[in-house]
Design a protein around this ligand. Structure first.
Ligand code: BG6
Length: 486
């Protein structure tokens, strides 16, 4: 008899997320021998299909999306642990069948751990949590029961609360894993170390030395087949409320006292409490919403839709460290480049030598600022821009880069975000997951922004696909004397 069995159940087992992210992540964990003992997978979907067909579909997805090469000889061992079950997710009878199936599997184990992954349409989150609770699938004395839930975590603060209540009435808080896959990205973890473990950065990380911060996650792709979800959500709810706020957290939070997940979460919540939209006294404004030309013709998008596919915000952080420093957040679909990065522009110091002010010395009429760029994706690394004398000139100053490329230095492919997040959930490590308090504060900010928008300001500005977004976003920075560091 096995002492421990581990079963993962993916609700939405035939969806895009399951094929593109979860199956490749499980395959990678298998190759790296990081799956828990006696692992098996049950993919749950609405359609009838055999497990044999399901395995073929998983294999095709893994071949397409995994960073590891395909190992034909190893696949059968993993494949035979993967099964498909057709369920009506809003019907108690299906959960009873599921319960029987799990009971059968539990008989040969002392402990049978279950990881439920909700990769379904958001309107199913609450019913699934309620059914799992009602059918006693969410608690057991024979092994843990954990739930991983994908975003969107609600549509606004009210719906997020309803969802959280449903989860908390079925599962214990320490078993709820609220996924923000940006927290699984290697560089996001690294930023805290770069900040706190370097004598040249830590003392400068405040409003005395930092002029402005830009946090961007831009995409080349449009909305693809996700119109039904996206047209209801938009860039603010889809990206700013979650991923961009988490990027803001790692760059701006106070140093956490220890690395206990509870401490880190509390420290982030304190930061979110201090975040506001920048007071609107400057003419560039503090919020630009945009929509790419052609968006309203996308599949499943409402005619005349006002949903934003681009958002740029100017935020203030009302605490001692960041008073007066603007934080610009920007995200959008169909932009020129796919990149996620944080750019920190340092204040230009008053010149210590008068000759630094002479016209023929300064590049482009001004001393270039020092800039630290933390590259999250697709390339991972850190670039520091600093000033030198241009070779073969008397004293002309130019900015140059010190460039650290993480994969080049360590010669390894950093694990995919989902790979890390699944491994964490199997191991019971919550540090890379969002707490309810963080989500609540982030929604509060988004709700307040939408609530306070001026009447008539609800038509997003247009921009051309392949550009860097609407001109208004450039003007927002220009008004403050800056530009986007693309
Ligand atoms: C998802 C959003 O959470 O993140 C998508 O719903 C977005 O709209 C995606 O495309 C971006 O993730 P990544 O890892 O490709 O930057």
């Amino acid at each position: 008899m096995a002492t421990e069995k581990n079963t993962m159940l993916i609700f939405g087992g035939t969806g895009d997320l399951a094929y593109r992210k979860l199956a490749p992540a499980l395959y990678n964990l298998y190759l790296e021998e990081k799956l828990p003992p006696h692992f098996s997978l049950i993919g749950i979907g609405r359609k009838e299909k055999s497990s044999a067909i399901y395995r073929e579909e998983l294999a095709a997805a893994i071949k397409k999306y995994s960073a590891h090469s395909w190992k034909e000889d190893l696949w059968p061992d993993l494949a035979e642990r993967m099964e498909y079950l057709s369920c009506n997710l809003t019907d108690d009878a299906s959960y009873q069948e599921l319960k029987q199936e799990l009971k059968k599997r539990s008989e040969s184990a002392e402990n049978h751990n279950l990881l439920f992954y909700l990769a379904v349409a958001p309107q199913l989150f609450v019913p699934i949590a309620e059914h799992l609770g009602r059918n006693q699938l969410s608690l057991s004395a024979k092994g843990w029961r954990r739930i991983m839930i994908e975003k969107p975590f609600g549509f606004d603060l009210g719906s997020a609360r309803t969802l959280n209540d449903a989860l908390c009435s079925a599962f214990e808080e320490q078993n709820i894993y609220r996924v923000d896959h940006y927290l699984g990205k290697e560089m996001l973890q690294n930023i805290m170390v770069i900040r706190f473990a370097n004598a040249v950065f830590e003392p400068l990380w405040n409003n005395r030395f930092i002029e402005q911060v830009q946090i961007s996650a831009t995409e080349v792709e449009g909305i693809g087949d996700r119109g039904r979800y996206y047209d209801h959500a938009g860039a603010m709810r889809d990206m700013i409320q979650s991923h961009l706020m988490q990027m803001l957290a790692v760059v701006a939070m106070e140093p956490p006292f220890d690395i206990d997940p509870g401490t880190i979460r509390r420290t982030k919540v304190e930061l979110f409490d201090a975040v506001r939209l920048w007071p609107e006294e400057d003419k560039g404004g503090n919020l630009v919403l945009g929509q790419y030309r052609g968006y309203s013709e996308e599949k499943d998008v409402a005619p005349g839709t006002k949903t934003e596919t681009f958002a740029a915000l100017k935020l203030a952080i009302d605490n001692k460290r960041w008073q007066g420093v603007p934080f610009y957040l920007r995200t959008g679909k169909k932009l020129q480049e796919k990149q996620a990065k944080i750019v920190i522009q340092f204040k230009t110091p008053p010149p210590v030598c008068p000759w630094l002010l002479e016209d023929d010395v300064r590049a482009d009429g001004g001393l270039p600022p020092n800039i630290l760029t933390l590259k999250v994706q697709p390339s991972e690394g850190v670039v520091f821009q600093f000033n030198i004398k241009k070779p073969a000139t008397a004293s002309e100053i130019v900015a140059v880069d010190m460039d650290f490329c993480q994969p080049c230095a360590f010669l390894i492919n950093t694990p995919e975000a989902y790979e890390k997040l699944l491994a964490d959930a199997f191991n019971g490590d919550l540090s890379r997951f969002s707490s309810w308090d963080e989500i609540e504060k982030a929604w509060n900010l988004i709700d307040t922004i939408f609530y306070n928008r001026q009447d008539g300001a609800d038509q997003p500005c247009s921009y051309d696909p392949g550009s860097w977004g609407p001109e208004e976003a450039d003007l927002m920075l220009k008004a403050a004397g800056y530009r986007w560091w693309n």
